[in-house]
Design a protein around this ligand. Structure first.
Ligand code: ZN
Length: 172
């Protein structure tokens, strides 16, 4: 299933099903599962302001993974670079994801520092990077801009309907 988040009135951040599946495969549903994470790779669409996350990098042996911590190794940057070359420079670096052992995740102080560092040190197009945290129940996404603006993205209701009911039984 794809996930769609609202960035602004005229911009959405869309995760294709493959990217969502790659991330939720690492959901910390059991006490022995460590945090996981990686980088978001995708596209700036040409016919709209929307952004699409096509794939993510997944945990590498060189990462340091704990129950409540995740330190991304340089390997993710190398994989991203290699994928960028393979895709004829069309894949863009859009942000960083990681998991939390919480139902509804919230960023820690370490996360905020990590995200600020990504903003100041990493090379990227556009004015912001996106930071999903994959909780056990929910994926929440935050945006941090070059100008320091920080906010959580709102998830779009599926099928464009907001009936307040959750008896959604269709395929998606
Ligand atoms: Zn975290």
């Amino acid at each position: 299933m794809k996930l769609v988040f609202r960035v602004s009135d005229d911009q959405r951040l869309i995760f294709v099903p493959t990217a969502v599946e790659q991330m939720i495969a690492f959901r910390q549903r059991s006490w022995w599962q460590s945090e996981a994470g990686g980088v978001l790779l995708g596209r700036h669409l040409l016919d709209s302001n929307d952004l699409v996350v096509d794939e993510v990098t997944t945990p590498q042996n060189s990462d340091r993974r704990g129950r409540f911590s995740f330190f991304r190794s340089k390997k993710h940057g190398k994989i991203a670079q290699a994928r960028w070359l393979e895709e004829a420079s069309t894949l863009a670096y859009l942000g960083l994801w990681h998991t939390h052992p919480e139902a509804y995740p919230t960023p820690s102080g370490v996360d905020l520092k990590d995200w600020e560092q990504a903003l100041s040190k990493d090379t990227f197009e556009g004015k912001q990077l996106f930071f999903p945290i994959v909780g056990i129940e929910k994926i929440r996404v935050w945006s941090l801009s070059r100008d320091g603006a920080f906010f959580e993205l709102k998830e779009e209701v599926r099928n464009g309907k907001d009936t307040g009911k959750s008896n959604h039984s269709g395929s998606d």
